[in-house]
Design a protein around this ligand. Structure first.
Ligand code: PLP
Length: 405
């Protein structure tokens, strides 16, 4: 008898106990702990300050103008145009807004709909590991098998080994799902690393799906290279992004993808029966932001990048002073740090004690790994913290962390 797909999802993310009981996620446990203890929540990655006022005004104006019913299934034309223009302006990619772009309920729906549309039982989907937690759940829903390529800490940040790419990507691989800039490690994949993935995908005729939600949030002059800009890759890449992280409106849930027209048709076929459409008035506001006709949004995003680079430095210094060994991230909202030096071989135990001992909350990196797998074991003592919080909040967190010494 069928047991329903929810068990596959719970199993894939490590929430199904041997007795069949389902536990809550470590994210929920840590957020509850933060609430109960009053600790600063550096576990969940969302900004504590809103995005730019002119885009809030645009959203209010869209509601006042009556854009309150179902928008068109593929997305409003102004946003489809703005996505295509954004890809041309930033990366020189030529995208047809009418056939090669799809607006989604955040990047999350774009990822899930793409996996459900393009992979199924008997297929393998390859991701980096650690990985954003929704990937394993979406792959489990599709019935495909999840394989991974490890990112390992080095003096050059978290890096992949091209030999691992060649081992993971085979003729069974249907999709390679790449996330750069990478959550949780903050790694920005180099052109060489992307090239190794691209060659393996071409060799085995796999498609590449890229999660680029942090595309504009890179630091130290490091450049984000979209997979679709590599020679021959535009035809076999589904590029996914979202307004949530770049514009600091994570609650608006406006995402998009672009790809070859037949791939967009395939994904839209699934997507239209997941949410059909979402975020009507917010699509109008994001269209204003992405088109950036007066340059105000670009100025905001550049300022956000500079500010996040500084906030990263503040948190990394505090972590070092507390006895953690962080690896400096080159992008995203996050830093991961080894807590073994604090006498905790398992970061789950450390994270349960941190609110009491330091007044902060973090997430064990094992939450982003295959339960019981080799990478979870290698990164067992590592913790992820976010620095997308006000400087005053990070200063409070730094004072708390200093108590660990
Ligand atoms: C936040 C995040 C997402 C989700 O984006 P939404 O637009 O909010 O759905 C997807 N991928 C990564 C890596 C993220 O960090």
């Amino acid at each position: 008898m069928s047991h329903g797909h929810w068990r596959d999802v719970a199993h894939a993310v490590g929430l199904l106990g041997a007795d069949g009981a389902v536990s809550s996620t470590i994210f929920a446990e840590m957020s509850a702990l933060a609430t109960r203890t009053g600790a600063i929540n550096l576990g969940q990655g969302f900004p504590d300050v809103d995005g730019p006022a002119h885009l809030k005004d645009a959203a209010v104006a869209a509601i006042e103008a009556g854009h309150n019913q179902y928008p068109p299934g593929p997305g409003i034309p102004a946003l489809l145009d703005a996505v295509a223009a954004h890809q041309r302006r930033h990366y020189g990619l030529e995208v047809d807004p009418r056939t090669e772009v799809l607006v989604t309920a955040g990047a999350t729906e774009a990822i899930t709909a793409t996996i459900l549309a393009l992979a199924g039982p008997g297929d393998e989907v390859v991701t980096l590991e650690p990985y954003y937690d929704s990937y394993a759940a979406a792959i489990a829903l599709s019935g495909a098998t999840h394989r991974t390529i490890a990112l390992r800490p080095s003096s050059e940040g978290f890096r992949l080994d091209p030999a691992d790419v060649d081992a993971a990507v085979t003729d069974r691989t249907r999709l390679v799902l790449v996330n750069s800039p990478h959550n949780p490690t903050g790694t920005v994949l180099t052109r060489d690393e992307l090239g190794a993935i691209a060659r393996a995908a071409v060799r085995h005729d796999a498609l590449v799906v890229t999660d680029e939600v942090y595309e504009h949030l890179t630091y130290d002059g490091v450049e984000h290279v979209p997979m679709a800009t590599l020679p021959g890759m535009a035809e076999r890449t589904v590029t996914i992004s979202s307004a949530g992280k770049s514009l600091s409106f994570t609650g608006w849930k406006v995402g998009w993808l672009h790809a070859r027209a037949d791939l967009v048709t395939a994904v839209r076929t699934v997507k239209q029966f997941l949410t059909y459409v979402a975020s009507g008035p917010f699509q109008h506001a994001v269209a204003v932001g992405l088109a950036d006709e007066d340059g105000r949004t670009g100025e905001y995003v550049a300022g956000l990048g500079r500010s996040l680079q500084h906030r990263r430095d503040v948190l990394c210094e505090a972590l070092v002073a507390a006895g953690f060994a962080p690896v400096a991230p080159r992008g995203t909202y996050f830093v991961v740090a080894d807590g073994a030096g604090l006498g905790y071989p398992d970061a789950v135990d450390l994270c349960r004690d941190l609110p009491e001992k330091a007044g902060v909350v973090g997430i064990p990196v094992s939450a982003f790994c295959t339960p019981g797998g080799a990478v979870a074991e290698e990164l067992r003592s590592w913790v992820r913290f976010t620095y997308v919080k006000r400087e005053a909040t990070l200063a409070d967190a730094a004072r708390g962390l200093a108590r660990l010494r």
